[in-house]
Write a protein that binds this ligand. Sequence first.
Ligand SMILES: Nc1ncnc2c1ncn2[C@@H]1O[C@H](COP(=O)(O)OP(=O)(O)O)[C@@H](O)[C@H]1O
Ligand SMILES: [Mg+2]
Length: 512
Amino acid sequence: MPLSVSVRDIQTLILSYHPVIVIETLEEERVQTLLKKATEEMSIPMFEWSIAQGLIRSPGTFNAPWVNEYAPPGTLKPAAIGNTAEPLAVLKHVQDMSIKALFWLKDFGKHFEDPETARHFREAAQLFSQKRSAFVLTGDNIELPREIEHDAVVYDLKLPDRDELSRTVKEVVRTMRHKHRTIVELEDQDMQALVQAMTGMTLKQARQVLAYAALDDGKLTTDDVERILHRKAQLIRAGGVLDYLPVEGNRVEWGGFANLKNWLGRAKVGFSPAAKALNLTPPKGILIVGIQGCGKSLAAKAIAREWKMPLLKLDAGRLYDKFVGESEKNFRKAISLAESMAPAVLWIDEIEKSLGATGSDSDGGLSRRMFGFFLTWMQEKSQEVFVVATANDISQIPPELLRKGRFDEIFYVDLPDLQERGAIFRIHLMLRKQDPSHFDMPTLLQASEGYSGAEIEQAVVAALYRALYVEKPLDTELLVQEIQGMIPLSVSRQEHLKQLRNLAQDRFMSAR
Ligand SMILES: Nc1ncnc2c1ncn2[C@@H]1O[C@H](COP(=O)(O)OP(=O)(O)O)[C@@H](O)[C@H]1O
Ligand SMILES: [Mg+2]
C-alpha cells in the first residue's frame, strides 16, 4: 500500500474524532514518516514521547522545522518539555495543553497496568475526542485495558511497498558507495530485482541485508539478489507461520492435470497489464480436493513455478502453536505479508485442518473467527495474491467455503488414469537417472491401476533400493514386485474414496 494511502487513512481517523489510534509495529521510522506527513498536511503540531526522552515537539514538522538536516544525530534535538518523562507526568501535561495536536506515545502499552495512569489516559482521550486531538500508540503486542479499548482504533500498518523500499535501497546504495567505497554494479533492472527481492521485509531488515551484502565482499551485484532472497526466506520462516519458496528454488515436475493446466493458462491472463487496464480483478484462487498422494501439494508448487511467482505456504500447525503467539494475529500478519509480496501464490495446504471444523468450540471460536476473516479477505481482496488451497477431506470443510464466488474454481482430483500414470512413471524414473524406454510401460501401467502418484513414486524408490541391494540394474520385474507388494489407499480406504467421489464428482470441475 502506498504511503499516501496510509497518510490519508490516519488523517481520516483524526478528523473523524478517533482519540486513540493504535499501530502495532516496531518500525518507528516509518511511523514517524507517516505521522509527520499526516500532521504537516493538516497543519497540526505533532509531539513524540518515550520514557527515555520525555515529551518533545516533533522535529521537522510544520511547527518545529528541523533547521539543519545534515547535523549529526542529537545536535539539534529539541529539549523535552518540562518534566514529562514519567508516564503519568506526560498525561497530566497533555491534559493541560489547550492546542489541538497529535501525540505519539512510544511503547506506552506497558504503563496501563498502573490504574492511575490508565485513568488519566482515559480522561485525556475523552478530552481529545472533543477537539480532534489524538494519541498514537506504537509498540509490539499492545494490550489495552477494556475501558480504553473502547475509545481506540487499531490501524494496520502494512509492510513497506515497492516505492518505499526503492527509496531505502537507493539511500543505502548511495551511502555504501560514498562512505564505504562499495563497488556497485547494478543496472536499472537489477535495482528493480533487488527491490522485488526485498518485498515482505521491514525497512530495517531491508537496510540490514543490503548493507550486509555490500560489506561482505565490498560489492553490490546481481549475485546479491539471490542472497537477499535466501535471507528473506529465513526471516519469513522465523517470523511466524509462513514458509517461503522463492521462484528460483522451485523446480517441480507434474504430470497430468490437463483440465487444471488449461484453466490456469486462461487465468494467467488476469495478471497481465492488459487485464489491469480493463479494470479486471486478478483471479482469487482455487481449491483442490482429492485423496492423499494425488499431487495436490505438487500442483500448488507447480502453479507458482509456471507463473514465476514466489510461493508462500501457510503452516497450519504453527498457526495454532501457542508459543508463536496469538493465532489470529499471526494469520492476519501472514496475509499481510503475502500482500506485500504480491504477485505471489499463497498456499494453504490441507485447509480443513487450519480453517475447517468451525463447529467445534474447543478453541473458543478461534478458527471460526479466522475463517470469517479469511472469507472476507477472499471476497474483497484486490491484491495479486493467488490462493491455492488443498483439502483431503471435504466433509471437514465449512460449506460457506464451497459456495460459488469464494474460489474461482474448485477442482476434484481423482486417481491418475492410464496416460497420467505413464507420465508419473516417466517423471520419477528420470528424476532418478533411469531411462523410461528401458521399461515395459504397458505392464507397469496395468500393475499400477488404482495407485496414486505418491504410491508410484514410492514404488520407484523402493525398487531402486532393492536393485542396489541385489546389485543389478532396475528393471520392470523389480518395479512390478514392489507395486504388487503395496496396498494402495484406493484399497485400504475404499469407502472413503467412494464417498469423496460421490460428493465431488458432479459438483466440482475435474482436474484431469
Ligand atoms: N501428477 C503427478 N506427477 C508427478 N508426481 C506426482 C504426481 N502426483 C503425485 N506425485 C508424487 O507424489 C508425491 C506426493 O504428492 P502430493 O502432491 O504431496 O499429494 P497430495 O498433496 O495430493 O497428498 C509428490 O511429491 C510427487 O512426487
Ligand atoms: Mg498434500
